[in-house]
Design a protein around this ligand. Structure first.
Ligand SMILES: [Zn+2]
Ligand SMILES: [Zn+2]
Length: 150
């Protein structure tokens, strides 16, 4: 676990992109920088707004495409698998899971020893080696629940 974490720590974006035949353009660099600076998950529209505030002439669709490219390269992780509502974050926190509010799209990260146990029992029950287990749980956050009831 510790080894996997340090391996993921700060991948060299330039080298990674070049090795897959992509250029590390100024736009891509700026977008990755924004993602790395912000705590928690950001929607593409939030990344877009920050980029514009910093004077980068990008369109929202460029931001989307760039985030997807960075995700494919393992530089950012995405939560919420419905394509249009993905939230992004710099890769490197190791295995964790997401609670996603279906109302405001807030993403809460968690990890739990219960999930480690679930993994073990799944492997035993099905004689299956799990290489990747990521939970994404939909629901409603406290704020939205309160707003709905009150
Ligand atoms: Zn919410
Ligand atoms: Zn996450």
């Amino acid at each position: 676990m510790a080894a996997a974490r340090s391996q993921l720590a700060t991948p060299n974006a330039k080298r990674l992109l070049r090795s897959s035949g992509r250029r590390f353009t100024r736009q891509r660099e700026a977008i990755l920088k924004i993602i790395r600076e912000q705590p928690g998950h950001l929607g593409a529209d939030e990344v877009f707004q920050i980029a514009r505030q910093r004077g980068h002439r990008v369109s929202l669709s460029t931001v989307y495409r760039t985030l997807e490219l960075l995700r494919e390269q393992g530089l950012v992780e995405a939560a919420n698998l419905q394509q249009d509502h993905r939230h992004f974050k710099a890769a490197g926190d190791g295995e964790h899971h997401h609670l996603v509010c279906t109302s405001c799209e807030k993403v809460i990260e968690f990890s739990s020893p219960h999930i480690e146990r679930l993994k073990q029992s799944l492997e035993e029950d099905h004689n299956f080696t799990i290489s990747n287990l990521e939970l994404e749980v939909g629901g409603v956050c406290t704020k939205c629940a309160n707003a709905a009831s009150g």
